[in-house]
Design a binder for this molecule. Sequence first.
Ligand SMILES: CC(C)CCOP(=O)(O)OP(=O)(O)O
Ligand SMILES: [Mg+2]
Ligand SMILES: [Mg+2]
Ligand SMILES: [Mg+2]
Length: 149
Amino acid sequence: MEESRGPPPRVGVGVFVIKGNKVLLGRRRSSIGDSTYALPGGHLEFGESFEDCAMREVKEETGLDIEKIEFVTITNSVFLEEPKPLHYVTIFMRGELVDSQQLPQNVEPEKCDGWDWYNWDENMPKPLFKPLENLVQRGFSPFSADEKL
Ligand SMILES: CC(C)CCOP(=O)(O)OP(=O)(O)O
Ligand SMILES: [Mg+2]
Ligand SMILES: [Mg+2]
Ligand SMILES: [Mg+2]
């Protein structure tokens, strides 16, 4: 049995907040993926559904209220370049603004440099957070996803 080279995998939830043909991204300030561009999202907490976690994390981080939340895809990401090795399974969800005019707020400036809207398939900011880069590498689009849990 191979000895463990890091802590047990944890579960993250990343949320594609969709506005027209754009998605919301922010540059992380974190021990994990510092200075990389990521979706709003975070750790799945005890007893939470994927939908509840998506709604909570988006609200906590951007102040946005989202609806029509659905599963889109999943990644299995091992972080070996971080200060300590980490392993995350990330559940990706998609949601739409309840109020299409609502503006994102940078509610946790200690964790994020700020939020902005980007076209998914062109001029994406770099570098992307590893789980998101994994999706780009495999040609994923949140606009055409039809993967089901
Ligand atoms: C590392 C990632 C895949 C899961 C955790 O995301 P996060 O660091 O944004 O976590 P929180 O928003 O819960 O602080
Ligand atoms: Mg969070
Ligand atoms: Mg987060
Ligand atoms: Mg959290």
